[in-house]
Design a protein around this ligand. Sequence first.
Ligand SMILES: Nc1ncnc2c1ncn2[C@@H]1O[C@H](COP(=O)(O)OP(=O)(O)OP(=O)(O)O)[C@@H](O)[C@H]1O
Ligand SMILES: Cc1cn([C@H]2C[C@H](O)[C@@H](COP(=O)(O)O)O2)c(=O)[nH]c1=O
Length: 200
Amino acid sequence: MLVTLEGLDGSGKTTVWEALQETYPDATFTREPTNDSWYGDAVYRSIGDDDADSLAELFLYTADHADHLSRTIEPALERGDLVISDRYSDSRFAYQGATLETSDRLTVDDPLEYVVDVHEPFSRPPDLTLYLDVDPKTAAERAGATNKFERVEYLESVHANYERLLERDPERFVRVDASQEPEAVLEEVRDVLAEAVGDE
Ligand SMILES: Nc1ncnc2c1ncn2[C@@H]1O[C@H](COP(=O)(O)OP(=O)(O)OP(=O)(O)O)[C@@H](O)[C@H]1O
Ligand SMILES: Cc1cn([C@H]2C[C@H](O)[C@@H](COP(=O)(O)O)O2)c(=O)[nH]c1=O
């Protein structure tokens, strides 16, 4: 089973992902961007470049995802592992969907749908996505504006895109109120996961 954690920068995904490693010691824990490949290194270079081309950036993230699928996700699922990923394809739909909305690099009406379509022929959709929902201002404050994505105005468009994704796929997403104290967020996530994965 493939479970993903999604949400704005600072929503608390990594805090939850780290805590879940105690609850599910046999699961495969992974993340995007990856932090163990040159594809991931290229993505982090792009994140650090305020002038990066937004279309090139989409394909860097997507290349990292393709490698992540073949090297980590698919083998772990074939072994029968529970896989928990800190960010996955919805991050691309929400973030690059927002970036491309304000650039002139694409001649499509709906960049989010375009990014979804790019993934369709090769990606493996999650079985369950926990969406840690927090307002953009709180998210930016918690994240500390350390990169170009962690700004309130941009996070507002990303937040709106996540809302669209939840509307498109209500069966897959579970919304968790991430403005609660960390312990309460974790308890809610643990309850949802226990129900979904049972003894896996
Ligand atoms: N529920 C919470 N309430 C208040 N602060 C929190 C909560 N969850 C996490 N934090 C704090 O917010 C900051 C960001 O948390 P974390 O790194 O888990 O977020 P993230 O969603 O993984 O962010 P990013 O996507 O930028 O990596 C950390 O300082 C963390 O301690
Ligand atoms: C996977 C992915 C990530 N991003 C953005 C979101 C964050 O601002 C950075 C790095 O992620 P981290 O969780 O803070 O380490 O990258 C993105 O724009 N598109 C993606 O597909």
